[in-house]
Each structure stands twice: as structure tokens, then as C-alpha cells.
Design a protein around this ligand. Structure first.
Ligand SMILES: [Zn+2]
Length: 229
């Protein structure tokens, strides 16, 4: 039985199959919770069950977490080389200690879906680092959950959706630019959010955004006439 991950993908990835796109052999699947019959690949294996019991992913070593990160990078590389979109929807990243989830060396990304992905909390110095990436194609972080700080500083986006995403510990789009539409419908910022010197070249939609911290927009620019706030 394949990995039990199942979720309809948001636009423009709605043509993707709703199941697990990663070809992980059955022998490597993990049943969680125990005796539930739910088999997960390591990418979609949750950190916690509904009853708060931690999955084996909670006990991964730092090496295990780093290897996981490299596999994600390889998936993105593979998609880029074959001119396809990368489907990393629903991927659950492991927890790191003093470790940065760093994608910033990987400069030019294919179209990519991180919809429903979960980026966990990081201790002290750790964060999710997406700075200086060129997202030349569509990218969605729809309903993604960032429990640590997230950095998108100086990244270049084509069209990007962060609809329904939740940022718990600080997010920065400082110096980032969006050449296509940028959608932040229903985003929750439980933290400071920086849009300093962010450039919006296409439509941008900030709707039903909830901000518990401070959202700063100084120096950001938009050339769009259709911008909605
Ligand atoms: Zn899976």
C-alpha cells in the first residue's frame, strides 16, 4: 500500500494527482500511529499524531534530518532538469537543533508546490532559509505552516501564493520582488513580518490577513493598479 498522503493541490497545480508523488518503496514506509494501518513515506510522515504522541520523525538524528533536506533538494533538482514542476505538497520537515534549513544555494527553482507543507520550529539560530532564490515559475506555499522563522529576503518570485499560510516566529520578505501575482489571502502572522523594500510588480492581494505581531512595509513598491489590501 502506498503512502497515505492525500490532498487536492491548489492552482496552478490542480492537475497533480492528489496522492503521494514520491516513489518510496513499500518496505520503507512507516506505519503511524502504530496499528492504525496508515503507512507514510518519510516525506509525509507527521511529527505528531492527533493524541500528541511523537512519530519516529521526532527522534531522527541531525544527520537523518540533513539527509532528508538533501533529498528534498534532489527532488527539486530532478524537477528542474526534467522541466517539470516539483510537488512537495504536504512535506513535513523534521525538527532541527541549531540547524538552518537552507535552500538559498539552490538558486533557480522550477515551478514548485509546498502547499500544506510544514516547516517546524527551530531552536535559537535555526530557521527556514529561502533567501536569494529565484522562483522563476509558479510557487505555492498555500496553507504551509512555518513554526520557526522564515526568510525570503531578496528572493525573486514570479507568481506566488502564500494563501492560508501561518508564520509563527518572524518572516522576512525584505528586498524580495514579485514579478507576477502575489497572493496572501488568509495569511496569519503570529510574529513580526517584514516587507521592507519588497517590490510587487504584478497584482498583489492581501486579504483577511491576520497580524498578531508587526507588519512593516516601508519602502515597498507596487506598480500594479489592481492591488488590493
Ligand atoms: Zn508520501
Amino acid at each position: 500500500m502506498p503512502c497515505c498522503f492525500h490532498a487536492a493541490r491548489p492552482s496552478p497545480f490542480e492537475h497533480f494527482d492528489p496522492g503521494c508523488p514520491l516513489n518510496i518503496p513499500d518496505s520503507e514506509l512507516v506505519e503511524f500511529p502504530k496499528s492504525s494501518g496508515n503507512q507514510w513515506c518519510r516525506f509525509h510522515l507527521p511529527l505528531n499524531g492527533h493524541n500528541g504522541v511523537g512519530s519516529p520523525k521526532m527522534r531522527w538524528s541531525e544527520k537523518g534530518s540533513e539527509d532528508f533536506n538533501l533529498e528534498i533538494i534532489r527532488e527539486i533538482e530532478r524537477a528542474r532538469e526534467s522541466n517539470k514542476a516539483a510537488d512537495l505538497s504536504g512535506v513535513v520537515f523534521p525538527e532541527y537543533n541549531f540547524f538552518t534549513l537552507d535552500f538559498s544555494f539552490n538558486r533557480n527553482w522550477p515551478a514548485i508546490s509546498f502547499s500544506g507543507a510544514s516547516f517546524p520550529s527551530f531552536d535559537l539560530l535555526g530557521n527556514a532559509q529561502f533567501s536569494e532564490i529565484s522562483f522563476d515559475h509558479d510557487v505555492t506555499f498555500k496553507n504551509a505552516q512555518f513554526n520557526g522563522a522564515a526568510w525570503f529576503s531578496r528572493s525573486k518570485f514570479g507568481a506566488a501564493s502564500f494563501d492560508g499560510a501561518r508564520f509563527e516566529q518572524g518572516v522576512s520578505f525584505r528586498g524580495a520582488s514579485f514579478s507576477g501575482y502575489a497572493s496572501f489571502v488568509g495569511v496569519t502572522f503570529m510574529c513580526a513580518a517584514s516587507f521592507h523594500e519588497t517590490y510587487f510588480g504584478g497584482n498583489f492581494i492581501f486579504n483577511q490577513v491576520s497580524v498578531a505581531g508587526k507588519a512593516a512595509f516601508s519602502g515597498s513598491r507596487s506598480v500594479s493598479n489592481d492591488a488590493k489590501e
